[in-house]
Design a protein around this ligand. Structure first.
Ligand SMILES: Nc1ncnc2c1ncn2[C@@H]1O[C@H](COP(=O)(O)OP(=O)(O)OP(=O)(O)O)[C@@H](O)[C@H]1O
Length: 605
């Protein structure tokens, strides 16, 4: 119990509600139900939760005249100053009357709870579409780029009366863009980071902001932080706000959708020029994502001038043809889809890149959101790799991956079981990206991650003496599939790689003995013990591959549970078992080779 207490850590609901303590999960559900009830009492029908972000929850409902409304609530757990931002967001949204921007309806306060009301943008946000569809086609991207170009014009040309007052949205990214396939229209939502621009695109102060100039506020930025996975370098480093910020958001968005990633950081290893896009378009995106400001700005200027012409070029409207998957994925069916969460050895991985050693005494198990604060010192490709790993958990999948960087090669072992066949192509894109990005990482070492179903996580509370409270000892869940005898002869992988520095929890020896015994039986799976002061969480998935061994297998799992009741330390420890020792080897590759639409018509036509 000598570990530092976990202080500033909170598992975000975004991870999975199933990982919250019973009490917190109940509170969370109750709160959502209260919101739904209140909105229903106000006369809205079909009220439902449609989104949740770091700052709030978003509900939708229908009024008497069949108008679709959206209600954005700020999280009550946030500081008042942060909650007040919802009112600023309401103000900026109310400035616009444009078909690509949801109409502002009202801002109201119920006790301390602010509620922003606006029109619902019909359709699906582009992050959801990207998860479902995988890489966007060139045609989709050009159509989208044209609409984004139009949006940038709307923002730049905003006027307060006769005075030009360009607006910076500040958070353009796929999840803030709602696409309606029926009407082919795009809407920009989430105005929580928007401000009046201080500078114009050429870096000159904007005359309308005389107040700022007079109040000697010329050096301070009024900019707000957008999503660190999508904002450009200037916004990240606290520069004064300018339309360049949104050009960067647009470039990041187009890049992320073209490559099926959830961030902008992969562009050095997987440039837009490698994605089978029209050459001119790909070059512009890469220029806009450049590390060099002059190149970025020139790219942005080119986009603003030429996007309409680029979008007019003929591009075949065919579905994507994908190369063979870099690593295999198994498919399976299940009645209830898993609520996937990923755990990884990323702390160790990040620490190596953390030059200022700010992570040394952080010992939390799961730092998904928390990592955002520590991303500054990490290389872009490492960030992109971690984001690509997180993206895997957006799919209904269980399994494990290990990446081992040795000499000049990358070795990947995997076991991935996807529970929705229709998502196979997009999941393949997501998995291939992890490999391509890993090929671009030069630091030596090992990275492993497990993907499990949070619904199956066993949680046991401790009493005042530290003993676990339960009526009946819960059982570890497993599936059985019998694979052909020939497959059984292949050597199975055996995942033991010495003490992992991230795993501070000392497990009872008996558990380790059981795991050794389990290893003799052909199976795949993972088990992670996460011991907190008040409770123990056991995350796991198991798949027995030799049905003849089921009796022994389930007996060992029961024993593991019994011995787990002796865990008294705090920390995390776990084991992962991959089914075969068929490690795939990949060469390191600093940058994927160029591939443009016109050059390779067979492949893309
Ligand atoms: N007017 C709207 N019409 C349709 N969908 C909307 C609307 N506003 C928000 N959404 C949906 O709700 C999600 C979350 O909304 P929003 O981005 O405003 O919340 P947030 O808490 O600021 O999120 P984040 O932390 O991701 O910035 C969006 O990704 C989008 O899918």
């Amino acid at each position: 119990m000598a570990q530092r207490a976990i202080t500033n850590f909170y598992i975000n609901e975004e991870q999975s509600i199933y990982l919250l303590s019973h009490r917190d999960a109940k509170k969370h559900k109750q709160w959502l139900n209260i919101c739904i009830k209140q909105l229903t009492m106000l006369g809205y029908k079909n009220v439902e939760l449609i989104g949740s972000g770091a700052f709030g929850f978003v509900f939708a409902g229908i009024d008497d005249s069949q108008q679709h409304w959206v209600f954005k609530f700020s999280r009550i757990t946030l500081a008042q100053s942060v909650r007040d931002r919802l009112e600023d967001e309401a103000y900026m949204l109310s400035r616009f009357d444009h078909p690509m921007i949801p109409q502002f309806y009202a801002f109201e306060r119920v006790k301390k709870q602010g509620i922003l009301m606006m029109a619902r943008a019909e359709g699906e946000d582009l992050e959801q579409l990207s998860i479902r569809q995988g890489k966007f086609t060139a045609k989709q991207l050009l159509d989208l780029a044209l609409q984004l170009h139009q949006l940038l014009h709307v923002l730049r040309n905003y006027r307060g009366g006769i005075t030009p007052m360009p607006v910076v949205h500040g958070d353009i990214k796929p999840s803030n863009l709602v696409w309606d396939e029926r009407s082919k229209t795009l809407s920009l939502v989430d105005w929580g980071s928007s401000v009046y621009a201080q500078l114009d695109a050429s870096g000159q102060p904007i005359a309308a902001n005389v107040m700022d100039l007079m109040s000697a506020d010329v050096t301070n930025t009024n900019a707000r932080m957008g999503d660190v996975y999508f904002i450009g370098d200037e916004q990240m480093s606290g520069a004064q706000s300018s339309p360049r910020f949104d050009e960067q958001g647009v470039a990041s968005t187009l890049y992320a959708l073209a490559s099926a990633q959830s961030c902008r950081f992969g562009a050095q290893v997987i440039p837009a020029a490698s994605l089978g896009l029209p050459k001119e378009f790909a070059r512009v995106i890469d220029a806009m994502l450049s590390k060099d400001k002059a190149t970025r700005d020139a790219g942005g200027d080119y986009f603003m001038r030429n996007m309409p012409t680029m979008a007019r070029a003929y591009v075949p409207d065919n579905p994507l043809v994908r190369d063979k998957a870099l690593i295999p994925v198994w498919k399976a069916q299940v009645a209830t889809l898993p609520d996937t969460v990923v755990y990884s050895s990323r702390k160790q991985f990040l620490r190596q890149a953390d030059s200022q050693q700010r992570l040394v005494d952080v010992n939390d198990a799961q730092l998904e959101r928390y990592y955002r604060e520590f991303l500054f010192d990490t290389g872009d490709t490492e960030k992109a790799f971690l984001a690509a790993i997180s993206r895997l958990a957006k799919y209904p999948v269980v399994g494990g991956l290990s990446f081992h960087w040795k000499q000049s090669s990358l070795f990947v072992e995997s076991s991935l079981i996807l529970y929705d066949e229709s998502l196979e192509p997009s999941f393949q894109d997501a998995v291939d990206n992890t490999v391509k990005l890993a090929q671009g990482i030069t630091q030596k070492g090992l990275f492993k991650c497990c993907l499990f179903d949070a619904r199956q996580t066993i949680q046991l509370e401790r009493d005042a003496t530290g003993a676990f409270k339960f009526e009946q000892l819960p059982q570890l869940h497993y599936d059985v599939i019998n694979i052909p005898g020939t497959e059984m002869l292949r050597p199975h992988s055996y995942f033991e790689d010495g003490k992992d520095p991230d795993e501070q929890l000392q497990l009872p020896k008996k558990i380790i003995q059981c795991v050794f015994e389990l290893n003799k039986i052909h199976h795949t799976g993972c088990i992670i013990f996460e011991s907190l002061p008040q409770r123990l969480k056991i995350h796991h998935y198991y798949r027995l591959l030799d049905a003849s061994q089921e009796v022994r297998f389930s007996q060992l799992l029961d024993e593991i549970m019994q011995y787990a009741m002796a865990i008294d330390g705090i920390g995390v420890a776990g084991f992962m078992k991959l089914p075969y020792k068929n490690t795939r080897e990949f060469e390191l590759c600093a940058m994927q080779s160029e591939d443009f639409l016109a050059k390779n018509p067979k492949k893309h036509n």
